[in-house]
Design a protein around this ligand. Structure first.
Ligand code: ADP
Length: 386
């Protein structure tokens, strides 16, 4: 009966090995192949006769994923019969008889009988399909990343387009002033007053200041619309947000609401993508301005404060009418808008920029009416605490 059971088990073992899609072969403790299942034979391109009794290491070359060969002394397959442990390898390359190769994962398990290690059995799987799927996924992710960066850039361009006329007005002011100071200087120099030179120099100095101011506005606009690679650098978040507040405020032009900026001076610099964070602030502020269109004594408050260990929280608060019912539940979804000419992508872009920085963006209604949009920027330390 025992013999019958043993024969039956042997039969099943044979059937399983034959049916297995994974390659399975065994080696003795010298590395000579003892057996190989059909999948192993077929995957490696040898015949069974070519494999049995031959040194596995010399037939099925296997290398690190980067192409480096294993010296026998470091071979993870042989390691199993050297140290008696199971060795798992997630990614390696096996070479076929015809010189082609395929990526594999495998397990090398020692064969032990009566406490003696006789060799090892190696079970391997061709992971070409998985690697291809991973590569395709990485490519899709990369494409999505590029598309998202393009969308963010387009959104900055479109914001700038909408702000263009107010901004042109802002640049016109220093230009007009420069013309005025230059004419005054000319008048002084053409006149005969005793202090003419001094006054001409004063006028020219004022013209220079105005030229610098115009240059600064143009620099900021340029920086905002240039399509740069998304790069993070160590920045003073208060200053970065302050610049964005100024830019949005310039674009608000003659609108009659009040803009206040509150910054906690004790916040640490953070690694951020400056332009994209400014994009978030400008977006939130422009939404607030639009909400305040028909509000008397409208007011926007921007706060920059320390958050957790080393992080920063930025909040843009307004005293507008709050959220329209139709956008309440889907606020951060793309193409959700309550505005006739709105695209509804601003908040979804803001959220993905903030999340790229490891932070969160949330909207809440102010107790006194109006909306507050808060976002956090974290250091890697505060991220792990969260
Ligand atoms: P858009 O501004 O193009 O509509 P957003 O994604 O920026 O796109 O905003 C989506 C919607 O969220 C807006 O249409 C508006 O209804 C609402 N919203 C955003 N900010 C405010 C705010 N400060 N006050 C009231 N509603 C707001």
């Amino acid at each position: 009966m025992a013999d019958e059971n043993q024969a039956l088990t042997q039969n099943y073992t044979d059937l399983i090995l034959k049916a297995s899609g994974d390659g399975v072969y065994g080696v003795d403790n010298q590395g000579y192949t003892l057996f190989a299942n059909p999948a192993a034979v077929q995957m490696c391109g040898y015949t069974l006769e070519e494999m049995i009794g031959h040194k596995q290491h010399e037939l099925i070359h296997h290398t690190h994923p980067d192409g480096r060969h294993y010296p026998v002394s470091e071979c993870p397959i042989y390691a199993a019969f050297r140290d008696g442990e199971v060795h798992r390898v997630d990614t390696e390359v096996f070479w076929r008889k015809d010189g082609s190769s395929f990526p594999v994962e495998y397990v090398s398990t020692p064969i032990v009988e009566d406490g003696v290690i006789l060799g090892a059995v190696i079970s391997f799987r061709d992971i070409t399909k998985r690697r291809e799927a991973e590569a395709a996924l990485a490519q899709t992710r990369e494409r999505a990343r590029i598309l998202e960066a393009d969308l963010q850039h387009l959104s900055r361009l479109s914001a700038m387009g909408e702000m263009a006329s107010e901004l042109a007005h802002e640049i016109n002011q220093p230009l007009t002033a420069i013309a005025g100071y230059a004419s005054a200087a000319k008048r002084f120099l053409n006149g005969s007053k005793p202090d003419a030179n001094t006054r001409a120099v004063e006028s020219i100095e004022k013209a220079v200041d105005q030229a610098l101011r115009a240059g600064e506005i143009i620099r900021r606009l340029r920086e905002f619309v240039v399509k740069g690679n998304s790069t993070q650098s160590l920045e003073d978040v208060g200053a970065v947000v302050g610049e964005a507040v100024n830019l949005a405020a310039l674009a608000a032009g003659t609108a009659s609401f009040e803009i206040n900026f509150h910054v906690d001076p004790a916040i640490d610099p953070l690694m951020i993508d400056k332009i994209r964070i400014q994009q978030v602030v400008v977006n939130l502020m422009r939404n607030a301005f639009e909400a305040l269109e028909n509000v008397e004594e409208g007011r926007v408050d921007v706060f920059v404060a320390a958050y957790q260990s080393g992080g920063v929280e930025v909040a843009v608060s307004d005293n507008g009418p709050g959220l329209a019912n139709e956008v309440r539940d889907t606020l951060f979804q793309a193409f959700v808008t309550s505005k006739e000419s709105g695209m509804g992508v601003g908040l979804s872009i803001c959220r993905s920029i903030v999340e790229d920085h490891g932070g969160t963006l949330i909207a809440e209604e102010n107790e006194t009416g109006g909306m507050k949009f808060r976002f956090t920027l974290l250091t890697s330390q505060s991220e792990s605490e969260t």
